[in-house]
Design a protein around this ligand. Structure first.
Ligand code: GLN
Length: 203
């Protein structure tokens, strides 16, 4: 069973609905108790970096998440802001991130042709094989809405790259920790395949 973490920053319902369309059941929890039951976790997120970190800390969810991710090593998927939170930090804020993957988020550069936020569909390029991305097929495209982009320190932590002015990491992975900068819940069949693959990752 997948547990979707509700910490007041994002649309848990659309993630749950896309999982259902993929034939995967899930529960939404806003409590540390709920997280303790989890065997697989999705950390969604829409909004600002510091506000999200503050909510995770103040709600007591951070400790429960640390235990699951670092000690029990259950598969965890961060989506959009949720992926940025997995990193050491972001130029968007001053607070430290969860630090589960050695990476940082930097601001995208606004130009005449390329507006920030990066909003809309974009293609991604596979970097290395992983059960999470191996079955996406040719020309996989995903839906993005973000102003900050993640760059991993160790190239081996990158699964998918995307280019919007600069190249950035669109999906990342280290051990049991996974992240997607795009919104799989808004990415039609590609997003459904991606979420199904996360649900099927052996643990
Ligand atoms: N869509 C969002 O919530 C974006 C998350 C983050 N604030 C960013 O701009 O990258």
């Amino acid at each position: 069973m997948i547990t979707i973490v509700d910490y007041g920053m994002g649309n848990m319902g659309s993630v749950r609905n896309m999982l259902l369309r993929a034939g995967v059941d899930s529960v939404v929890t806003s409590s540390a108790e709920g997280i303790k039951q989890a065997t697989r976790i999705i950390l969604p997120g829409v909004g600002a970096f510091d506000a999200a970190m503050r909510r995770l800390e103040q709600s007591g969810l951070r400790d429960a998440l640390d235990e699951k991710a670092l000690t029990e090593k259950v598969p965890v998927l961060g989506i959009c802001l949720g992926m940025q939170l997995l990193c050491n930090g972001s130029e968007e804020g001053t607070l430290k991130g969860l630090g589960w993957i050695d990476a940082k988020a930097t601001r995208l550069t606004h130009t005449e042709e390329l507006k920030v936020p990066h909003m809309g569909w974009n293609v991604v390029r596979p970097v290395r094989p992983s059960p999470l991305v191996d079955n996406l097929g040719e020309e996989a495209r995903f839906y993005f809405v973000h102003s900050y982009a993640v760059h991993v320190a160790d190239p081996a932590s990158s699964l998918l790259k995307c280019t919007y002015g600069i190249e950035f990491d669109a999906a990342i992975n280290r051990g049991n920790i996974y992240g997607a900068q795009f919104h799989p819940e808004k990415s039609h069949r590609f997003g459904m395949a991606f979420l199904k693959a996360f649900a099927d990752i052996p643990c």
